[in-house]
Write a protein that binds this ligand. Structure first.
Ligand code: PLP
Length: 356
């Protein structure tokens, strides 16, 4: 058990009017959770304190060699005013997998969960309630040794900040147009692709800019060796329904193991749908699109939950899916996952956890 000190903010902010759109990741609550690490002392000084700037030496290691990790999950307020987290155990397990990969000291899972509960509880009045809204939770760890040599840091800060967010897409489910990148790559097996760390995102920016300039909202990555097998989208995993079969790339060491991905697989299996986790080449997807058997494509991730894909662009080929509309299975997955998250559908899989 952590002994968490509570230092109440003296500058409480107005809570945003839910009738104005909440733009993802732009507004932060009154408080943040902070805990420090020092070699020999371990994680210590857990506190909930005012959300405010932090002070670091310009030589802090995180600024130079990128030793940092993050997570992303959400809290929801139900009709009867309970607060639910969605599968926080999965995020915590993944956080410690990331930590091990990039030499950050692990956080005991009970302590991690206690920290999430404490900060969400402290700022519970910030959880929006309009349909499609939630409180986005962003835990992260940064290396803070003032040192320019290359080695793992001996000191770290673990921080959790909170941001009230609206529906990812204003009109509800909205099909996205995706650019398939066949020049740059995001990650290779043995690298850090399966860790949730900033380095993967910095590697993706140039492609994202290129895709945006061409009128596409996201990038779909191919594997780093052959530029042939489908990996994932910027911050989402990807699913295809081809000729009645649900297919998603298997976790191969370079793909981020998404919690939403795992949840969609579990639901498809529960519903008795044929599902394959395997290698899938871009040629297979293109041929399915040509022959009319590419029935649905959607992305999965905490921010949007399910993102139907209406168009894929690969080199000079444009593949239209569902005439740019939403598939029945994409819609059913969205309704089911969000229904469970909001406590509106019975949680037979025990995915939600209440914050007291
Ligand atoms: C976080 C993330 C995802 C989605 O994971 P969820 O746990 O479903 O939110 C997918 N890909 C990348 C690269 C990510 O960082």
């Amino acid at each position: 058990m952590l002994d968490i000190k509570f230092e109440k903010s003296k500058n409480l902010k107005p809570i945003p009017d839910e009738n104005n759109p909440l733009v993802f990741g732009t507004i932060f609550t009154d408080h943040m959770f902070v805990m420090d690490y020092e070699t020999g002392k371990g994680w210590h000084s857990a506190r909930v304190t005012e959300y405010a700037p932090i002070s670091l030496e310009p030589s802090a290691m995180v600024f130079h060699y990128g030793q940092e990790m993050f997570e992303g999950l959400k809290a929801y307020k139900t009709q009867d005013e309970r607060i639910l987290l969605f599968r926080p155990d999965k995020n915590i397990e993944r956080a410690n997998n990331t930590n091990r990969r990039i030499c950050i000291p692990e956080i005991p899972k009970e302590d991690f969960l206690q920290a999430i509960q404490a900060i969400v509880s402290a700022d519970r009045k910030w959880i929006p309630t309009k349909p499609g809204t939630s409180l986005y939770i962003r835990p992260f760890i940064i290396a803070t040794d003032p040192y320019l040599g290359v080695r793992p840091s001996n000191t770290y800060k673990f921080i959790i900040i909170l941001s009230p967010v609206g529906p990812y897409y204003k009109e509800g489910l909205n099909p996205v147009k995706i650019w398939i990148e066949d020049d740059y790559v995001r990650a290779v097996k043995g690298g850090i692709g399966e860790a949730k760390t900033g380095g993967n995102y910095v590697a993706s920016l140039a492609s994202q800019v290129k895709a945006h300039d061409a009128g596409y909202s996201q990038v779909l990555w191919l594997d780093g060796v052959y530029r042939k097998y489908i990996e994932e989208v910027g911050a989402m995993n990807i699913f295809f329904k081809i000729n009645g079969i649900v297919v998603t790339p298997m976790l191969n060491g370079s793909i981020l193991p998404g919690v939403t991905r795992n949840s969609c697989i579990a639901l498809c299996k529960k519903w008795g749908l044929p599902l394959e986790e395997r290698k899938i080449s871009i040629d297979e997807v293109y041929e399915a699109a040509q022959s009319g058997t590419l029935e649905e494509v959607w992305g999965t991730g905490t921010a949007a939950v399910i993102s139907p894909v209406g168009e894929l662009r690969w080199q000079e080929h444009i593949m239209k899916i569902k005439d740019g509309g939403i598939g029945a299975l994409s819609q059913k997955l969205y309704d089911t996952v969000t229904g469970i998250q909001l406590g509106e559908i019975e949680d037979t899989l025990h995915w939600t956890m209440e914050v007291k």
